[in-house]
Design a protein around this ligand. Structure first.
Ligand SMILES: [Mg+2]
Length: 317
C-alpha cells in the first residue's frame, strides 16, 4: 500500500506540474501558425529561455504560466478551502481572479465574469451568453482548467460538468471537460486509461460532434487537427483531441510537450491540457527537472500541490 500511495502522489504531482509546464512553454507559441513557429524558432521551441519578447509575450516573465493555470488554481484553492468541489466557491474565486486584472483572459470567460451579477447565478449567465452566441461558441476556456477536477476521486463527470458550466454551456465544452477529467482520474487513481469505445460512448452522451475528434486522436496525425488554423484554434474539441492523441502517439512527457507546443495555434492551452494528461500518466518522475525548476512561480505552486495532495490522499486512500 505504501508504494501505491507514493505512485499516486507522483501522478497527482505529474498532472499539476504538467498543466503549468505546458501552459508556460506553450505561451511562446500561442496563436502562431506553423510557418510562424518555424520562423520564430527554426530549431523548435523547447526551453522557456527561448521565448522572446515578441507580440504580447513581453508582458510575462520567463517560465510564467497564463490564464489556463491561473483558473485551474482558482478551482484548486476552492478544493483546499472546502475539502470538496463546490461550484459556488469556484465561481467566487473566478470572480476574484477576474477583479485582479489578469494579464490575459479568454473572450468567453471575460464576457461572463465581467457581469456584475455573475456570482449569484453563474450557470444562467453562461447559458444566456451561449444562447446569444447562436449556440455556437465552444471555446476551450472550460477544458483548460479541468485537470484538477479529475484528481477529485468521486463524481468526476458530475463535477466536471458543474465546473465547466460556470462559464461554458456548450455540450462540446462540457463533454470535453468530462472526457479529460475522467481520463486523468483513471490514470492517477487506477493507473489505466479508458478504451477508445468507452471514450466514444462518453462523448456521445454530450454531443455527436465529439466522435470525429476522438477518431483523429486514435487513428490520425497531429496535423489532422489543424491546430494552427486561425479560425478554429480555440476550439475545445481540438484541445481535447490533441491531448488524447498524445496518449497513444508519444513515448514520454517531453515528446508530447514539444510536439503539441510546436504544432502552433492555441499552444498554451493545448499543451496545458495535454501535459496534465501526460503528467498523470508518466508522473512527476517522468518530467525533466528543468521544466519544473524554471517555472517562475514554482514555490507557491509546490505549496498548493503539497496541500491538495495531502487532502486527496487523506480522503481517498
Ligand atoms: Mg492561456
Amino acid at each position: 500500500m505504501a508504494r501505491d500511495i507514493e505512485e499516486i502522489k507522483d501522478r497527482i504531482g505529474g498532472c499539476f506540474w504538467g498543466q503549468a509546464i505546458g501552459d508556460a512553454l506553450g505561451l511562446g507559441i500561442e496563436f502562431m501558425s506553423r510557418d510562424e513557429v518555424l520562423h520564430n524558432y527554426p530549431e523548435g521551441l523547447s526551453e522557456y529561455s527561448q521565448i522572446g519578447q515578441v507580440f504580447h509575450r513581453g508582458r510575462w516573465n520567463q517560465g510564467d504560466w497564463t490564464d489556463d493555470t491561473d483558473m485551474m488554481l482558482c478551482i484548486a484553492r476552492a478544493v483546499i478551502a472546502d475539502k470538496d468541489i463546490k461550484p459556488e466557491t469556484v465561481a467566487h474565486n473566478f470572480k476574484e481572479w477576474y477583479k485582479s486584472s489578469p494579464i490575459d483572459i479568454g473572450g468567453t470567460t471575460a464576457r461572463i465574469l465581467s457581469l456584475f451579477e455573475y456570482e449569484e447565478s453563474p450557470n444562467q449567465i453562461a447559458q444566456m451568453m451561449w444562447e446569444r452566441s447562436g449556440r455556437n461558441n465552444a471555446a476551450n476556456g472550460g477544458i483548460m482548467r479541468t485537470s484538477v477536477v479529475g484528481l477529485w476521486n468521486e463524481n468526476v463527470a458530475g463535477n466536471a460538468e458543474r465546473i465547466c458550466k460556470l462559464t461554458h454551456a456548450d455540450p462540446r465544452c462540457i463533454g470535453s471537460c468530462v472526457i479529460i477529467s475522467e481520463l486523468i482520474n483513471s490514470l492517477v487513481w487506477q493507473d489505466k486509461e479508458q478504451s477508445f469505445e468507452e471514450l466514444l460512448q462518453l462523448g456521445d452522451r454530450y454531443d455527436s460532434r465529439i466522435k470525429q475528434y476522438l477518431e483523429i486522436a486514435k487513428n490520425g496525425m497531429l496535423e489532422d487537427f489543424e491546430l494552427d488554423d486561425k479560425q478554429t484554434m480555440g476550439y475545445t474539441l481540438k484541445t481535447m483531441g490533441c491531448a488524447i492523441w498524445c496518449l497513444s502517439h508519444v513515448n514520454s512527457f517531453k515528446e508530447g510537450l514539444l510536439k503539441v507546443v510546436n504544432a502552433g495555434g492555441d499552444a498554451d492551452t493545448n499543451a496545458a491540457v495535454a501535459c496534465a494528461v501526460l503528467g498523470a500518466k508518466y508522473g512527476k518522475n517522468g518530467i525533466p527537472e528543468y521544466y519544473i525548476q524554471n517555472l517562475k512561480r514554482k514555490g507557491e505552486y509546490e505549496e498548493m500541490i503539497r496541500q491538495l495532495t495531502d487532502i486527496l490522499i487523506e480522503k481517498f486512500m
